[in-house]
Design a protein around this ligand. Structure first.
Ligand code: F6P
Length: 327
């Protein structure tokens, strides 16, 4: 074995995302297929610090490809942000004879991985696991497609009651500071508008749009709003609308953590499975401190620093499509 990697550690960290289990399965089986041992680290970086580590065989990942969440558990770990925490983590890696790490998570997970690899000589490969889709260098993150479908399912249901009661609904979706979920769910659910942090909200225009809709044939309206201080969230917009247009029967629905759960879609299972195998290939090829992405259906390697720092742009033209189709 020219690559010198005999044992990898694997963890999930940050907000969980549907498809993480498919990724865990893939990493485990691809490693074992290549005669590399696999150690599962529980509760993200926290488990690396406390030594919650268990060797996995192929059967440890049986029957999980269809499950939401993560069998490894997840956590956001403040201690790993300190040099002392990272030193304890490194000591456990040495003790467990782990030569390289595969970390599955988002922005925070990769930021921790980068710091760790700068301080200690540990090859790390990241898999993008977050519903927010906010990592640069991949068309889609693991979990995004499932979350999008969950949102659409919920919006379709809300539309039934919105229409029965002739109401205006502001529906808040997750995304941290990225508008991918809001924009594409608005498009796919036929909403009147998407309010995203990347584009300043012209509330007057929004009012006009809703007014026109009601004036014509529409008896209800749905606006999808990204959670964010920039957008003010669904409650912020609803308050303003109630104040300025008491004639509308306004309701707010915040979808919340329902968006993070559920069985992953076929798409998320497929990209997670492909990315897991690619992570092991990359480590065997001597690559380190990269994220695996998929762009135009091809596996790509993106430096962790780029994946975190470079802004992945939302396609703002889609806002125009939403608007055209909402007349
Ligand atoms: O990053 C994923 C995400 O679900 C964001 O969309 C959201 O802002 C955040 O995590 C919520 O985190 P928590 O579950 O810790 O409240």
């Amino acid at each position: 074995m020219g690559h010198g990697i005999k044992c990898i550690g694997m963890l999930t960290s940050g907000g969980d995302a549907p498809g993480m289990n498919a990724a865990i399965r893939s990493v485990t089986r691809a490693a074992i297929f290549n005669n590399i041992r696999v150690k599962a680290i529980y509760r993200g970086y926290k488990g690396l610090i406390t030594g919650e580590i268990k060797e996995f065989q192929t059967q440890n990942v049986s029957n999980i490809i269809q499950q939401g969440g993560t069998i490894l558990k997840s956590a956001r770990c403040a201690e790993f942000r300190t040099p002392e925490g990272r030193q304890l983590a490194y000591e456990n890696l040495v003790k467990e004879e782990i030569d390289a790490l595969v970390v599955i998570g988002g922005d925070g997970t990769f930021t921790g991985a980068r710091l760790f690899s700068q301080e200690y000589d540990v090859p790390i490969v990241g898999l993008p696991g977050t519903i927010d889709n906010d990592l640069f260098g991949t068309d889609s993150t693991i979990g995004y497609d499932t979350a999008l479908n969950t949102i659409i399912d919920a919006v379709d249901k809300i539309r039934d009651t919105a229409s029965s009661h002739e109401r205006l609904f502001f529906i808040e979706v997750m995304g941290r500071d990225a508008g991918f979920l809001a924009l594409n769910s608005a498009l796919a659910s036929g909403a009147e508008a998407a309010i995203i942090p990347e584009r300043e909200t012209k509330v007057d225009q929004l009012e006009e749009l809703i007014k026109n809709g009601f004036r014509k044939s529409k008896n209800s309206s749905i606006v999808i709003v990204s959670e964010s201080e920039v957008t003010g969230g669904a409650n912020g917009l609803a308050e303003r609308m109630r104040r300025e247009h008491p004639e509308y029967d306004v309701r707010v629905s915040i979808l919340g953590h329902i968006q993070r759960g559920g069985s992953p879609t076929a798409y998320d299972r497929i990209i997670a499975s492909r990315m897991g195998v690619a992570a092991i290939d990359a480590l065997m090829d001597g690559l380190r401190n990269i994220m695996i992405g998929i762009v135009n259906n091809e596996i790509v390697h993106v430096p962790l620093a780029k994946a975190i720092k470079d802004d992945k742009p939302v396609n703002e033209q889609l806002l125009g499509v939403v608007q055209i189709l909402s007349i």
